[in-house]
Design a protein around this ligand. Structure first.
Ligand code: ACO
Length: 331
């Protein structure tokens, strides 16, 4: 990749967005046939009513590719324009190579770089922050940033405390380098924050891996512990990204959070004084799709006309690690 004259003066602009979901929908009623649970419990504790579950032939690669193609079409771009692909996932098709390189090949792209980012549910925020930094320093001109997950394949389907929470899917955005005034009216990403604290690794993890058990493993979580940290951590990075841009929470047009749990989303929005009608919530139909949840929600709100060009959008996430982060952008 080469440095360009735009380096240092450009913004990474969200030029297009797309998403893809597995065909099969699994409702809470379907879930109650698998584990001892009920629609009432799941809705009351989480807000989730249904999720999509990948079937045969549907993988992180195929879902990510479908979302990427839609995002490129939405941006009016072709694969040959792309010089960077970052895929956020914790459920890659294989241990290696990176699933991003598989999607690169599927799109017929032979230039630039493609790699995966692993920050669990915060993966899309990490990937956006990375692509933004690479665009701003002139290392990329047109990036595909994808979040794609098939968490159904790492769930313990006998553990009702975790399997009811997650779903599969993918979302993607095209980020392009655009010259701008660097003023607050410009479109593009204004500020990003990514954080982690590995002391909490055992609160949310997968109990397998290539270097330890030689197996893929299953997701394990202390839900209450995650909950306890979520609102505090998320609110702090949201405040920092807003302040860095010289704005206030009242300036935010749309809050597009990682779709973990309705109570976490509403608690965070309340802490910052963001009204409920500004929250994009899709977890009722998608469940928690980890790194895919933000671009999936963004795509829904763009396509249904809520988020319009020029709107100020705040995205945030927290996940295993713990990792957390936020991105503030004018869409
Ligand atoms: N159906 C019915 N009952 C259940 C289920 C279920 N699916 N799961 C647990 N229960 C029972 C428990 O066994 C327990 O029963 P008991 O009182 O007889 O022992 C009771 O419900 C309460 O269990 P808690 O775990 O205390 O329930 P809580 O109110 O904490 O809700 C939840 C659990 C929804 C997981 C919550 O802690 C949470 O949302 N935590 C955040 C975790 C999260 O969102 N993780 C996603 C990944 S990280 C991220 O994306 C931020």
């Amino acid at each position: 990749m080469t440095q360009t004259g735009l380096a240092g003066t450009c913004r990474a602009v969200i030029a297009g967005v797309g998403s893809a979901l597995p065909q099969r929908i699994m409702t809470n009623a379907d879930m109650s046939k698998v584990v001892d649970t009920s629609d009432e419990w799941i809705v009351e504790r989480t807000g989730i009513r249904a999720r999509h579950i990948a079937g045969e032939g549907e993988t992180t690669r195929t879902l990510g590719l479908a979302a990427a193609r839609k995002a490129l079409e939405d941006a009016g771009r072709v694969p040959a324009d792309v010089d960077l692909i970052i895929l956020a996932t914790s459920t890659p098709d294989q241990t290696f190579p990176a699933t991003a390189t598989m999607i690169q090949a599927d799109l017929g792209i032979t230039r630039g770089a493609a790699f995966d980012v692993q920050a669990v549910c915060s993966g899309f925020v990490y990937a956006l922050a990375t692509a933004n930094a690479m665009i701003r320093c002139g290392q990329a001109q047109c990036a595909l940033v994808i979040g794609s997950e098939t968490f159904s394949r790492i769930l313990d389907w006998t553990d009702r405390t975790t399997c009811v929470l997650f779903g599969d899917g993918a979302g993607a955005v095209v980020l392009t380098a655009e010259a701008g005034s660097r003023g607050i009216a410009d479109r593009g990403i204004f500020s990003t924050r990514i954080r982690s604290d590995g002391r909490y690794a055992n609160k949310l993890y997968v109990d397998g891996g290539p270097s330890t058990t030689g197996t893929v493993g299953h997701l394990r979580m202390e839900g209450r512990e995650v909950f306890k940290h979520a609102v505090v951590n998320i609110a702090s990075v949201m405040e920092e990204t807003i302040a860095e841009a010289g704005l206030t929470p009242g300036d935010i047009d749309w809050f597009v959070p990682h779709q973990a749990n309705r109570r976490i989303l509403e608690g965070t929005a309340r802490k910052l004084g963001i009204s409920e009608d500004r929250i994009v919530m899709t977890l009722d139909r998608h469940g928690n799709t980890s790194a895919a949840s933000i671009p999936l929600a963004l795509d829904v709100a763009v396509k249904d006309g809520r988020i319009k060009r020029g709107d100020l959008v705040l995205m945030e996430a927290m996940g295993g690690g713990f990792t957390w982060g936020a991105v503030l952008a004018r869409y």
